[in-house]
Design a protein around this ligand. Sequence first.
Ligand code: ADP
Ligand code: MG
Length: 209
Amino acid sequence: MAFTIKMARAAVEKFNAVIEEKKEYLTDLDSAIGDADHGINMNRGMKRIIDKIQGKDYADFGGLFRDVAMTIMSVVGGSAGPLYGTFFMKLGQKLAGQGEVSVEEFAAAMGDGLSGVMSLGKSAVGDKTMVDAIDPAINALKEHAPEGDAAAWDAAVAAAEGGMKGTIPMLARRGRSSYLGERSIGHQDPGATSSYYLVSCLRDAFAEG
Ligand code: ADP
Ligand code: MG
């Protein structure tokens, strides 16, 4: 089964709801190794995105993800705004003109989004950031695609969760948490956590069809 524009829209709506539900938790995570604003930042951005997309009819991923990107970039301050904004912008550019793609094509577009994040953030896998949740999810999607789309999405969620938890023992090398040096060890990265939620929401939207 393909990944459709309807699923993408549902995933964005689910992401808003999950961020709303988890905003205090995300802010708690950010208070340990950052400035306690990740949940608030993301919540503000996602709410504005829902306002923006409501009542609009999107024929292709390009239009939807462009609106998501522009809104998150303009509303969400700090690092997460430009980073998530770039992710959604590149995702939309790669899928422009299409309203239905295979799981492999969606994974490739997420790969473009991730490359955008990594070049803007000068970050790599293992730096204790959102990259550590998104990168394994993309790899799992690609690796498990031959088993079918549902299996691939489930594997992606498990991989993102593993990546998120894998940030706990890491030493932060990018972003605000890197200022803590060794003291960043032992805490889960807030951005990797919100990125895990994003992958879960994509999977849930796919599963609901
Ligand atoms: P800020 O750090 O400006 O307060 P947020 O708290 O909203 O912004 O987001 C912090 C998250 O952003 C981190 O947990 C991390 O996952 C992600 N992040 C920060 N800097 C980078 C970077 N250079 N590359 C990739 N991700 C980053
Ligand atoms: Mg912060």
